[in-house]
Write a protein that binds this ligand. Structure first.
Ligand code: CA
Length: 86
């Protein structure tokens, strides 16, 4: 009887452990930026992968640098252009 219980407990742990690890995983890189700098994910409100001028306006610092960061002058910042934002 005891052997059965231990077996069941082992199975329960084996199933529970990966699920626990997955939910506990911290959000990557969100704390590596300076306080005032949003990540591209945060700034990209409509999730199109680019930061438009109106999205940039949510951050005064970013809004100010928008035209400087927009190297190809397409009116939006790519991840590569946004990476230059400090
Ligand atoms: Ca966008």
């Amino acid at each position: 009887m005891k052997k059965v219980f231990v077996g069941l407990a082992t199975v329960a742990i084996a199933f529970a452990a990966p699920a626990f690890a997955a939910t506990k995983k911290p959000a990557a890189s969100s704390t590596t930026h300076h306080e005032k700098v949003m990540t591209l994910k945060e700034a990209d409100k409509n999730k199109d992968g680019y930061i438009s001028k109106s999205e940039a306006d949510a951050s005064p610092a970013l809004s100010q640098q928008f035209s400087t960061l927009d190297k190809n002058n397409d009116g939006k910042l790519s991840a590569e252009e946004y990476a230059k934002h400090k």
